[in-house]
Design a protein around this ligand. Sequence first.
Ligand code: HEM
Length: 509
Amino acid sequence: MKDAAIQTMSYTLDASQNRQDFLSYPNPIDLREIQGIVARGYGNLPAACYGLFHIKTPDLARPTLIELQSKLTYAEERPPLLAINLAWTYRGLRQMGLDENIADQFSNEFRSGIDTNHKRRILGDEGRNSPEFWDWGGPNSSPIDLLLLCYAVDQASLEHEYQNLKQTLAESGIEEVRRLDTQVLPDNKEHFGFRDGIAQPFLKEFDRKGRDLVAVPLGEILLGYPNGYDRYTQRPLIAAELDTASQLPPDPEGSPTRDLGKNGTYLVFRQMSQDIPAFWRYLQEQTSSSEEAVRLASKMVGRWPSGAPLVLSPEEDNTAIKDKDAFTYHDTDRQGFKCPLGAHIRRTHPRDSLQPEPGSEKSIAFSNRHRLLRRGRSYGAPFHPSVNPTEYLKQLSGTAYPEESPEKSSEDRGLHFICINANIGRQFEFVQHTWANNPNFNGLYQDPDPIIGSRSAYGLPQNRFTQQQPPVRCQFSGMPEFVGIRGGGYFFLPSRSALAFILSRGASA
Ligand code: HEM
């Protein structure tokens, strides 16, 4: 890694910042510059909502957005009560007057957005999941410029803060398009009943425990640092004379330009509704007891409901496993007898199992070029308050599958999937397209990711799940879609300096 990339920055600091603290901070990266959601998921702030906004009158909006800057939360602090982060669509940046020749240096994926014809093919957003049916973010819904991510210690504080913000924004012509609420489920579970948020890319710059693990290069998650190819990911670089207030850091690659991307990144948002009755009824139909149904569901996920990985505990759930992320696939489970080759976690992060040299450091490095920092939260009331698969199965007994199921038409629930990555094409889109939607992943045939994979490819159905086992594999077919897409967008999460620069552009004299 080049030294310049980890040097402490020496450009002008905001007057409100304490230079002494900043210089004495032990971390080589400037945590004051990075929006907090990159460093932490705000697990101590269980109440959360996301506001999608549209800027009607940029000149009216500007002073309010300039004021909003001081409310945003950065990685240096772990706020005990409230955190606010702000992300932008390409449209929003242009709307605020960011010059075309600067904005056009953002990645192609970000600029063209998530709902183009090309993207629907890549992401598998076809049929009822097509962007024209989305509640937000698609061609038939209101344009979105801003995403406000709000987190609070309790619901009352969240309400108070969000309503105040919404009103202030509305007074300056920034209109709420939609508010997305979240729901904390017991034991950090998602709605299907499995513990979520366990495995994350290890970034040593954000590690508070000094662990000695294989690290993902910071440039995979943040712009302006060397990535997994030891290169700098594409980002807007600006002629120094345009940065009149010397707000932006110098280009770490040494050119005379200023780096608008550094310490910023991209945030991918997918609202994914989860059909709990369809999932558990399918499993009930394929098995002869609730134990077997839970076992098959765990095979699909790659973890037991408690989060214990199948690779470490293949026969039964095991709550005693402490480090639930300490495993690889090649040496322990080459053939997928423990964790099936097409399981959700084995596809979305194949660890050391990729060709051409599975089991090698090279294989891990390859996999690490497609990592996602997940920051999503569930929404909607749980199907059963316990979020326990056995209770789900009990509750489902006796109801018809699935159209007549009374639960199906009840309240929408699912996951506000949020992930952070420096390269949307090589990370999020690759994982969804080349691994999750791929019917031939890992030598399989007609098998999508059982949780998030598209159920058709090239116009043909792909709805099978294969469980490798001796002496012969076991296949489950006719697997319906368990997850639907309700909305989505690609956002830029700017650094503190980049945001100040963006808001200084396009202001009328
Ligand atoms: C409703 C949708 C989804 C559900 C219910 C779901 C559920 C889960 C669960 C239960 C885990 C295991 C817990 C953990 O390792 O943290 C997991 C892991 C993971 N999921 Fe998902 N997920 C969903 C969507 C997605 C999407 C859209 C992607 C990416 C395109 C994705 C990528 C991942 C990754 C990368 C991991 C970690 C794998 C590892 O490092 O071992 N998930 N998911």
